[in-house]
Write a protein that binds this ligand. Structure first.
Ligand SMILES: Nc1nc2c(ncn2[C@@H]2O[C@H](COP(=O)(O)OP(=O)(O)OP(=O)(O)O)[C@@H](O)[C@H]2O)c(=O)[nH]1
Ligand SMILES: [Mg+2]
Length: 441
């Protein structure tokens, strides 16, 4: 008995992948999207037995896939003893249910697969809360649609699909509707509870970030599996989880990075991005990705050996836009150059992005050049200035001593003449402290 249980939990779910290539989609895009779905399924711990692509003008309203193809699929699913059929396309709850009935298997779409992986991988309280929020928000409209669907069938919905089927329903305020209202209220209450808990986490992070604001902040961003954590480890001698799986990293981590000339910056490793990343998930992760929106510099890591490198860059840019971080200064890092057969390949990418470097996080190529570049970039951040400082703004002088270099002070009647140098990122704070003084650069 015990043994059976063990095998059941350790043997991976037997999965079958399906992609419906709609009329505007290129065959090559469909193929690479399916390949990514395979990696997602494997990341979720499944074993992918087979896959099919069906070209189809428009989706079938009831099953998404065409009826003929569905019959084929049904035979394969039973022959291969498939436990989960995964669609690369987003399915409506009704389509999911219809398919499950015909195929006698669990049916999952891309969005819920991604949510599932995030749920499996969330380690910290913050990540768990964010995934919870995304899952609840994903569920809420589905409850509504399920109700619409069931009420149209004239059954009293029992909250979960299929329950209470056959009961007389369809009344404006029938028992089914009440149940649905209860379900929705429960989900909404849970959403606001999770949001409150998240606000606390955010507050804590904000305090941490404030402490870090005195430093230069650099964030690693990029497509999942591009090599961000490997680079983070190589640069900071950290031992972060880096593995050949999608979404190895969910929580941002920040470490001090030593640069030449005794300079230091803070480096953050963040969650990887993906094409068609569920909107709820991006929204939920916005809080922990504030480092990205506020970074002094983004290091956009690209797996330049990947055939889809170009479109992965675009996908990352899309998410950055959604996070309000697209306008941040960005250095492109073309990684995994050790895997390239032709050197010219990385050069081609570099010529498109002048602000870029070719590196290999694995064998260390280009990392010294990267550190030099960062040191150089941030050394030009100091601003020379002279001030006629009013005595009321005495705090500004303390601030200059603390964060910059004061060359000269001359105490005069009404004010103090000060010559100083201050890193650019402190200028705003200084300006707030010098409302009664004259500041010139
Ligand atoms: N050959 C080669 N492999 C690399 C290089 N950098 C990273 N890898 C490999 O690529 C895989 C993904 O690396 P990670 O560092 O986990 O990637 P990531 O961008 O942090 O991924 P997520 O956290 O999932 O978004 C691992 O198997 C690494 O060993 C490189 O320069 N060359
Ligand atoms: Mg990572």
């Amino acid at each position: 008995m015990h043994e059976t249980h063990d095998t059941m939990t350790t043997s991976p779910t037997r999965a079958f992948l399906v992609e419906v290539k709609l009329k505007d989609e290129l065959q090559s895009d469909a193929e690479s999207s399916l390949e990514e779905l395979r990696r997602l399924a494997e990341t979720a711990g499944m074993e992918v037995l087979a896959e099919i692509i069906q070209p189809k003008e428009t989706p079938d309203p009831a099953y998404f896939i065409g009826r003929g193809k569905l019959e084929e699929l049904e035979a394969l699913v039973s022959e291969l003893r498939v436990e989960a059929v995964i669609f690369d396309n987003d399915l409506t709850p009704a389509q999911t249910r219809n398919l499950e009935k015909v195929l006698d298997s669990v049916v999952v779409d891309r969005t819920s697969l991604i949510l599932q992986i995030f749920a499996q991988r969330a380690q910290t309280n913050a990540a768990k809360l964010q995934v919870d929020l995304a899952q609840l928000q994903y569920a809420l409209p589905r409850l509504t649609r399920m109700w619409t669907h069931l009420s149209r069938l004239g059954t009293g919905a029992g909250g979960t699909a299929g329950v209470a089927a056959g009961r007389a329903g369809g009344a404006v305020r029938g028992p089914g509707e009440t149940q649905l209202q209860i379900d929705r209220r429960l989900v909404r209450t849970q959403i606001s509870r999770v949001k409150k808990a998240l606000q606390k986490v955010e507050k804590h992070r904000r305090v941490q970030r404030k402490q870090r604001q005195e430093m230069i902040n650099v964030s690693l961003v990029g497509y999942t599996n591009a090599g961000k954590s490997t680079l983070f480890n190589a640069l900071t001698s950290e031992d972060r989880l880096a593995e050949d799986k999608l979404f190895a990293t969910l929580d941002p981590t920040t470490r001090l990075l030593d640069l030449p000339d005794n300079k230091h910056v803070l480096l953050s490793d963040t969650v990887g991005f993906l094409k068609k990343l569920p909107h709820h998930l991006v929204a939920a992760f916005k809080a922990t990705l504030e480092e990205v929106a506020e970074a002094d510099l983004l290091l956009h890591v690209v797996d330049v050996s990947h055939p889809e490198a170009e479109s992965q860059i675009d996908a990352v840019d899309e998410v950055l836009k959604e996070l309000g971080a697209f306008e941040r200064p960005t250095l492109m890092l073309f990684n995994k150059t050790d895997l390239l057969e032709e050197e010219g390949h990385a050069q081609l990418f570099r010529s498109k992005y002048p602000d870029s470097l070719a590196i290999s996080a694995q064998n260390g190529a280009g990392l010294e050049a990267l550190k030099d570049l960062l040191a150089e970039r941030f050394s030009t951040h100091d601003m020379d200035m002279s001030l006629a400082l009013s005595y009321q703004d005495g705090k500004a002088l303390d601030y200059l001593y603390k964060h910059g270099e004061v060359f000269d002070t001359d105490y005069q009647g009404e004010s103090i003449r000060v010559k100083a140098k201050l890193p650019q990122r402190h200028l705003k704070a200084l300006e707030r402290l010098t409302t009664n003084s004259t500041l010139s650069y």
